[in-house]
Ligand binder design. Sequence first.
Ligand code: NDP
Length: 436
Amino acid sequence: KERWPWQKEFIQAVTEFVNAVRPVLESDPKYKKHAILERIIVPERTIIFRVTWERDNGDIEVNYGYRIQMNSALGPYKGGLRFHPTVNLSVLKFLAFEQIFKNSLTGLPLGGGKGGSNFDPKGKSDDEVRRFCQAFMTELYRHVGSDIDVPAGDIGVGAREIGYLFGQYKKIANLHDGGVLTGKTVGWGGSLIRPEATGYGCVYFAEEMLKTKGDSIGGKRVLISGSGNVAQYAAEKVNQLGGKVISLSDSGGTVIDEDGISGEKWEYVMELKNVKRGRIKEYVEKFPTAKYYEGKRPWGLAEAEIAMPCATQNELDLDDAKALVKNGCMVVAEGSNMPTTLEATDYLLENKVLFAPGKASNAGGVATSGLEMSQNSMRLFWTKEEVDSKLHNIMVNIHQSCLDAAKEFGHPGNYVVGANIAGFLRVAKAMIDQGF
Ligand code: NDP
C-alpha cells in the first residue's frame, strides 16, 4: 500500500484475501515461518514489453505488453490475456493474484498468471488485430509453453485473437505445441464447451447455492451485466434452467427486456456481439418493447432475485448493492473478476444475500481450459456431454469446498471466506512442500 499506492485493484484483491484467510494464517506458526503471505503476494516473475505494430494506413503504434507469472506451486502459470485500454500493472496483478486461488479451487494442476495489453481492439480492422497479435506473440513466445505458462482469453481476447496468437507462436517457435494456449477453436485443438464454460459454470454455482435453501433458478428473474463471452453463456444457461434474463449491457449502457432475453433475442445478441461486433443499444432497434439506458449499469433498473455481474471489475458498488437488496435480490454470483467493491460485498453479506466471489463462481472457464490441456496432452477429444459433465462436477465440488472451509473456520455460509481459505490451503501446502 505504501510502496505502490496507485495499484488500487491489486491492493483491493489482497485486502479481501487477507481478511478472509487471517484465521488460517493465525492458526499455525508455519505460515509465518515460511513467509507464505509475503511470498504469495509478490509475482514470481513480471514481464513488461513493447509491442510495435502497423495500422492499415501505415502509421506505427506502440502498446505495452505484460505477462505476470504469479505462482507456479500447483502447475504451469495459467490465466488469460486481456486487451483493453484500462490494462495496467495493477489490474493484471490483481487478476493474476485471484487466478492463483481460483485455479487451486478447480483441483487441477494449474499455477496462476495473467497478461495482456492496453491495446484497444474496438474500432480496429481484422488485419490490425492480426498484426497486433503477431507483434504481441513475437515477444511473449519466449516466456510461454505447455509446461511453462499457458495463456488464454479474457476481455478483448476471444477465439479470433487466440488463433492469431497461436499461428505466430507456431511459426516463430517452430513448434506445434498445442497446449501453449487454451481457448483454441474446435477443430485445431480447442475443447468443446470452452466458450460456454465460464458462463455455464457461474450458473451451476448459483444453482448449488440456491439448493442449500431448497430453491432453484427456475422461475427467477436474473440481471446480467456485460454482453461478451461470459454474459452470453450465463444467459443461455439461465434460460435452459427456466430462469428469465432481464438485462444485458456493455460499456455504453444497459438493455432491460421485461419479456426475457431468450430464443431469437439471445441469438440476435450472439450475432450482434460476435459477428457484427456491434453495440448492445442496437438491441432496442430490433426489439422495441425493450428499453435502453445510456451509461447505466443494470443493478437498479429492475427487480430481480439473482444478479450476475459478467463485465469487469468494480462494476457493482455500495449504491448498486443497496438497490439490489431493496429490489429483492437473494443471490449474487460473480461471473467477472472482482466486480463487487469491498463495501458492496460487506453490505450484501450483512443483508444475507448468498454471495459467490468470482474466484469460485467463475472458475469454470479455467477448469475447462485445464480439460483442454488434458485433451491436448492425450491427443484426443471428449464429447460435449463429457466436458459439460466434468465442468458441472468441478463446480459442484468447488461449491462444496467453499462451504466446508467456511464452516470449519467459523463462518458458515460465507463463500468469500470459504473460497479464499479453500484455495489458499492447497497452494500454501505446495509452497511449503517445495521449499523456497
Ligand atoms: P468480453 O470481452 O467477451 O466481454 C466483456 C464485456 O464486458 C463486454 O460486454 C464489454 O463491453 C463489457 N465491459 C468490459 N469492460 C467494461 C467496462 N470498463 N465498463 C463496462 N463494461 C465493460 O470478456 P469476457 O466475457 O471474457 O470477460 C468478462 C469478465 O469475466 C472479465 O472480468 C473477465 O476477467 C472474467 N472472466 C472471463 C473468463 C472467460 O473464460 N472469458 C473466465 C473467468 C473470468 P464493451 O464491449 O462495451 O467493452
